[in-house]
Design a protein around this ligand. Sequence first.
Ligand SMILES: NC(=O)C1=CN([C@@H]2O[C@H](COP(=O)(O)OP(=O)(O)OC[C@H]3O[C@@H](n4cnc5c(N)ncnc54)[C@H](O)[C@@H]3O)[C@@H](O)[C@H]2O)C=CC1
Ligand SMILES: N[C@@H](CC=O)C(=O)O
Length: 814
Amino acid sequence: MRVLKFGGSSVATPQSVEAVLSIVKQSAEKRPIAFVVSAMGGITDMLLMAGRLATVQSEEYKQIIAEIENRFLEYVRHMLPITTQSATLSMVKQQINTIEEICNGVFVLQEMSPRTSDRLVSFGELITSRIISAKMEADGIPHAWIDSRELIKTNSKFGHAAVSFSATNRLIRKCFEASTERIAILPGFVASDDFGNTTTLGRGGSDYTAAILAAALSASRLEIWTDVSGMMTADPRQVRNAKPIESISYQEAMELSHFGAKVLYPPTVQPVMRKKIPLWIKNTFAPADHGTLITDSAHDGSEKISGLSSISSIALLSLEGAGMVGIPGFSKRLFAALAGEGVNVILITQGSSEHSICVAISESDEYRAVNAVNQAFHSEIAEGVVYPIKSERDFSVVALVGNSMVNQPGISGRMFGALGRNGINVRAIAQGSSERNISTVISTSDLRKALNVLHESFFETSYKQINLFVVGVGNVGSRLIEQLRHQQEYLQEQLKLQVRVIGVANSRQMHFDEDGICLDSWKEKLSVGSAMNLEKFIEVAVGMNKRNSIFVDNTGSHVIAKTYKSFLKRSISVVTCNKIACSSAYSEYSELKSLARKFNAQFLFETNVGAGLPVINTLNDLLRSGDRVSSIQAVLSGTLNFVFNKYDGTRTFAEVVQQAQDEGYTEPDPRLDLSGTDVMRKILILARESGRVLEMEQIKNAEFLPESCMEGDIASFYGEVAKHEAHFKELLEKAQVEGKRLKYIATLKGDKASVGLQAVSPTSDFYNLDGKDNAVLFFTDRYKEQPLVVKGAGAGAEVTASGIFSDIIRAARV
Ligand SMILES: NC(=O)C1=CN([C@@H]2O[C@H](COP(=O)(O)OP(=O)(O)OC[C@H]3O[C@@H](n4cnc5c(N)ncnc54)[C@H](O)[C@@H]3O)[C@@H](O)[C@H]2O)C=CC1
Ligand SMILES: N[C@@H](CC=O)C(=O)O
């Protein structure tokens, strides 16, 4: 004997009933079956609604009943051949009359007792199963329709009746022993008490009906047919990469179903577990899919965690006070007060200090719970030894479930590490001694992110998803996107990173796509995006609350640099080539660094010095290994090195500067390069990174640019430079006469930094520095005589973009 159960979605339409009957027929070819059906999808809620409206004397209940009638009549008309419809149609009408009579009574009395409510909702399963039985008859499928109320006996606790197993098992066996049919159809959810009153087994109770039958009949298997292909590793509406679980143990299934894996009603497992009957979860609409097999043996152990589950609308109650410490019976009183109000406690935590107890309950119970507890402790509250109970809403419980967590160190570390790295604050934690479930209470606004972070961490060995918000798509930014596009496949295959741009902006427009912007057409998408509004950009980026998020700044903008704190505080890492933040006031720079530490985010700015060259990372490696920087000498401006290398008197100085700008070496405002400000920023950043507390104003700058060139705007700049051609020629000729070359050099010695144009002789390390190259000489305790040198192209969109790219990968791989 096999027992099958089909849920409301499986019997929701005449077409889906066809699918159900095809499964039933195939199954019955192998061995006799009993199949249990739920009410047609949505009917139970409508019945309850009709009852509630009648209770408050709203005539609208009649409308709801009319809708129920209509749905059932349509169901019959579409399912049965016209010639066989009349008996079933009149059965439906008769039952609807009874429903109407019940609701009329409720309307008059303005009261619906649990007993009446049970009777009312039972019609969903009763009518649905009778119609399907009629359809089977019409199709010539021999079977028996059995009223579950005659087999399943319960106490009289209406709404959630407890089964009397000895009577029930006896009645079921007797009935099936006497039956000659290979197929029996039964309504789920309904039962009856000793007085013949209809009772129900709780919402989702049809699963339970099937499990009771399976256990009583020692069935070879129980199959729960639904609209998904088994229990999933997480709720697929929240976690797109959720996958079906092939096999789990009864205990794991119970843990998962307790926390919202809605495919299985939790009590279902108990009866079949006792008899070790295999339980399958299968998909009515994809019967060939494997589904989930639930047995008493744990799965193969290859994955330590079987699934994630969650419940929302949770309130956290905290009872605190010095008066609780060391006093036995406190928790007993707390839980007695909650139990007295019928409040279900979902999770409990108490620290060893015994100073507080925290319980998670459903928000719908909050008001009653708070009153009951404050009442129970009113004398302690009046004495001030216990505070009135504190209640907070909008929480969710997320549980990590798995048999093989038992005795596996490191699971909780991995769980909380992943949550922490993504800025998800954990408000309470519980792990039972079974070690089969670690539950955390988090804010509901973080639920989706938490489930995805944990799913990625425990189930998606294939790749880690990185979400980028890219602001600034000029020279550097657009090259970065091109490099990302080009490397996407490599990153996924080789580094197991799926790097997606989910937000992009320039100074005019912004565009978002949670699923990842196509990097072949980002320009078109951005050009028709919404107007750039920085506040809105931050709001959307933060609001998306995506895991592994990185904000990438490719602008030279002060206002963008000011936004980093908002991102870091939400554990969104910041990668920037914009030097403004790190060269602003020291307090700002150090606050950004400490925010990154505090919120487990990365703040990376390698390209601030030497573009794509590994200057800052080299410096950090020296310091981390215990070295100390005594001085730095460096050529840090690609633009100025290029300009003084190219300027030989055959072209004007202004023309050479224009070439540097055209080739993408200058700052968006080239005056920053020519005035030495850009180099000051860089040496300041190196000084700070090597441990000096220095401000921009403390750096000496021996400027070579006539003051008037800095007046006016960028447009007038070149004209003004041209006017001073004689000045630049004189600088050049003087150096040439001395057999020297012009280099713009930055120096840090002790705590003093300076920048300026120098004419260097052929013995200088910088004399032969070509093109737009940079060179940084680190003199340290370990590199005393011969410095550690980092040298190479120090400007240009391509190399800068690759430096940003490396920082993104560094942030992603933490
Ligand atoms: N070019 C190079 O060799 C290197 C450049 N950098 C840095 O790269 C940054 C960008 O340089 P480029 O790409 O050459 O500049 P760019 O002028 O070509 O591009 C700047 C981008 O930022 C956007 N932008 C500016 N202000 C904005 C705002 N308030 N909101 C949104 N978007 C804004 C612009 O619309 C443009 O898309 C600068 O901070 C520069 O210091 C760093 C190292 C080397
Ligand atoms: N404008 C800068 C670019 C890199 O920071 C330079 O010329 O060095």
